[in-house]
Design a protein. Sequence first.
Length: 342
Amino acid sequence: MNAECRLRIVECRMEVLKMKCVILAAGEGQRMRPLTNTMPKVMIPIAGKPILEYALHACIKCGIRDFVFVIGYGREKVQNYFQNGRDWNVRIEYAFQEEQFGTGHALKQARKALAGEKKFIVINGDGLIDPAAIKELLSGNPPAMLVKHVDPAKEPLSKYGIVRIDRGRVAELVERPDVSEPGTVNGGAYLLTNEIFDIMDKHPGKGNNRMTDLVLHMLAEGKEISAIPTSALCRKAIYPWDLLSLNTAASLAMEGANEGVLEENVHVGENVRIGKGTVIHPNTSIFGPASIGEGCEIGPNAVIFPTTSIGNNVVVAPFCEIVESVIMDNVRISTGSIIHSS
């Protein structure tokens, strides 16, 4: 590698370090009710962490250190948890979407925080995204959007919307398609410049409040939008049952750590995370990967199977069996219960 190439790599890394990332986290998640009756969608825990924290970690692994969280519904829970980002060695500032009109409208609330930025990335905070996908997006030139090939036999395309591509450029978007063939979908991440706000100014009104609306307006004006393909994980949580697949994906990437108390004859497998103040009573088996929060009591004679996530202050009574499930905070599970894929 010659000196010019090394210099370019350093310049690219410095550019990423200076780049801001906007994470859209304002929505209520009405289709997630009743889980979102008491918390915003992005704060629903999977594998022991809020969904939003996974988006933050993915960006940090790509070298990004400067964030704008757009928050609205349940904003206090987001701010109380993440604060200014110090615990993650990053800087987090907040923009507020008072009424949840859509993702494009949410981005508009970050306009002041993005003033003077050469380019920035925008990602949804309500799903999982692999750092590899973000790196692929960062390799493109703005405007660009992440796209992913999806097989509808495994995941409905209607969750995302179809992206038609022509020679590496976005040619068309189709929302809520009724198709059974595999297709390319919107990955929910964008590389943009402040030009996007000029598009917003030209097209005000409630009918133009989604990110996809803005993309369509850009296409109508003849602007070229790069389609950045990825095979890495990009998965949204729309309905409560989506949490199971997200929890499985997050669990498989999790490392174990025990801060609890293990009593006699307890079996704990690999990649099991146990929180502070949790007691695992005798003759209980936990097969990893699995996550158990703080202040829990498990067993005796209970079995926790892989890709199970248990929240904080949960009681799992004797002779219970929990398989591939997500248990929220402050739940009591009665003696002899069997919970499977719930």
